[in-house]
Structure formats: C-alpha cells, structure tokens
Write a protein that binds this ligand. Structure first.
Ligand code: GLV
Length: 319
C-alpha cells in the first residue's frame, strides 16, 4: 500500500478508486490547502494528486521526499508543475487531456455568444431594475454567420471550438506550432496562418495554446493594436497568455470591440480596469466545470496515479 496525498476536494468516485488500493490523505477543507499544510502533508507521500491551484515545485518535491513516484494533475494545463524538477527527481508527472476538450470548447462558444450578443450587459440591465423596452437599436450585437474565427493553438480544444464555430457559419483560420491533423487542416474554412495574419483578419480571436515562457503575454498591446476594432478576444486557456493591463486599455479605448475571459493573469484577482467595463464578459475559470467532466478528469488522474504506483505506463504522462 502506498500513500496518496490529494491536495483538494475531488469527486468521491475517484477517491474510492484510489482508496481501494492505497492509503489516501485527501484535503477536505472548503478553502484551498495552505502552502505550509501542503508541504507538511506531502512528506512521505508516494503520489500527489494535485489541483491546478497548487504549485508543484522543487520545494514541494523535496518536502515529499525521494520515495515520491508521481504527481497527477487534475487538469490538462500543467503550468503549475515544474516538470523539469519532477524529471530530475525521477517523478512522473501526468495531466488529464481529452476528457475536458468538449466542455472547454462549450465555454469558449458560450463566451463568444455572450460577448457578441451582449448577454452580460442585458442581464445586468434587467437585474439593475432599470426600465427597458424592445427597440430597433437596443443592445445590438454582432452576428457570427460569415465571420472569421482565429484559433490560436489548434490542439484538441482549439479544434473542438473550431468545429462548433463552423456550425454557426464561421470561417476558421488558425495558428499552431504543431503539425495538425490533416483532415481538419484540409477542411474548407480551416486555414493555417501566422499569428500576424490571424490577428489582422479575425473577427474573433480565441486562445487555446498552453501557457509557458513561449506564450507569456503572447497577446499584448502590439497584438491588440493589430486586431480589427470590431474584433473580440476570447481566453479560455490561461490568464498570463494575455497582458491584462494592455487588454483593459484596449477595451476601454475601443481598440477592440470586446472580450470574453474565463481565465485571468493573477487568478483569482481580476484587473480592476476590466471589471468596470461593459464590453467584457468575465467568468471564474469554469472551462471544465461540469459534473461529467470533473468526474472524468478526477478518474483519469486516479488512473494515472494507480498506473505509476503499479510500475505501469500511465495513460497521460507529461514527462
Ligand atoms: C483547466 O484549466 C485545465 O487546465 O484543466
């Protein structure tokens, strides 16, 4: 029996799966586990099942000790994990790709619809109790039919977002550093371009790339200035891909038309310049937040953990 530390609340079915084979120490507090408590609990652990709110760095790996075999992140993004530090210590790091693709693409479309059709503004208006009346020019938004979606990062979530956008009659351009599934790339309306062209031609720019040094502030003042003044920016990937202060200025000055954000540069803080604007839809990192998806993510993290603890290849290794 190995010792598995779970850094936050995860669905019971995944805990049961882990408990069937190992001793599980799961943080059950309503708040995130504090750093001190986390460092104390991981001591002697063979496996750490981590949430994206916890930083898994050299300090934590050393606090765990040399017996640690696996860090299983319950997320597809793993910018919270120092992967080289894991590799140096012979620790396998894993994530949860695939299972949250559709849910995250749903949120991207939700944000696209919310911001282009001004749903947040309409909601706030009604709840404010202010008088309103149907009018020919009342809260007009912008249609999706015939517009161009620019997908930055054409991995699974980018492709799933593109598929949905096509159903809304949109043309697709995309930028990707990877070789792409040729079936998708060959589809009419999905054209691979450089980022400059994507920014200049898209009516909606949706970010789906991973976060790391190569994508830090990928979208800053210069890139926002390169976008059409009628364009919208959607971010369901990671906050620091966008320079949030530059975005707030661009939105305030009408340099772009609007933004839909599920992730923030200094989560859970949101730049005060964004909160006061009407032309931005803000949601609190809900990309994978469905019962089905969170259960599937936790089950995959459990499978990753159990495989490594049995000296088998995990389904979703990072290193
Ligand atoms: C959520 O943000 C994830 O990376 O899974």
């Amino acid at each position: 029996m190995s010792r598995v530390v779970v850094t936050g609340r995860i669905p019971e079915t995944a805990l049961e799966k882990l408990r069937a084979e190992h001793e599980v120490d799961a943080w059950e507090g309503p708040e995130s586990i504090g750093r001190e408590e986390l460092l104390r609990r991981v001591a002697g652990a063979d496996a750490v099942v981590s949430l994206l709110t916890e930083r898994i760095d050299a300090e934590l790996l050393d606090a765990a000790g040399p017996q640690l075999k696996v860090v299983a992140n319950v997320a597809v993004g793993y910018d919270n994990i120092d992967v080289p530090a894991c590799t140096e210590r012979g620790v396998v790091a894993t994530n949860t790709p695939g299972v949250l693709t559709e849910a995250t693409a749903d949120i991207a479309l939700g944000l696209i619809l919310s911001v282009t059709r001004r749903l947040g503004e309409g909601e706030r208006l009604i709840r404010s109790g202010q008088a309103w009346k149907w009018g020919m020019f009342f809260l007009l938004g912008s249609s999706l039919q015939g517009k161009t979606l620019g997908v930055v990062g054409m991995g699974g979530i980018g492709q799933a977002t593109a598929r949905r956008a096509k159903a809304f009659g949109m043309e697709i351009v995309y930028q990707s550093r990877r070789e792409i599934d040729p079936v998708l790339a060959d589809e009419p309306g999905a054209r691979r371009v450089e980022l400059d062209e994507l920014l200049a031609t898209s009516d909606i720019v949706s970010l789906h790339c991973p976060y790391g040094p190569a994508t830090h502030h990928l979208i800053g003042a210069e890139q926002l200035a390169a976008m059409k003044s009628s364009a919208y920016l959607i971010n369901t990937a990671r906050g620091p891909i966008v320079d949030e202060a530059a975005l707030a200025s661009a939105l305030r000055d009408g340099q772009i038309a609007g933004a839909g954000l599920d992730v923030f540069e200094n989560e859970p803080s949101v730049h005060p310049g964004l909160v006061e604007l009407e032309n931005v839809v803000l949601v609190p990192h809900l990309g994978s937040a469905t019962v089905e998806t969170r259960t599937a993510m936790a089950m995959l993290a459990a499978d990753n953990t159990l495989a490594v603890l049995s000296d088998e290849q995990p389904p979703a290794p990072i290193n």
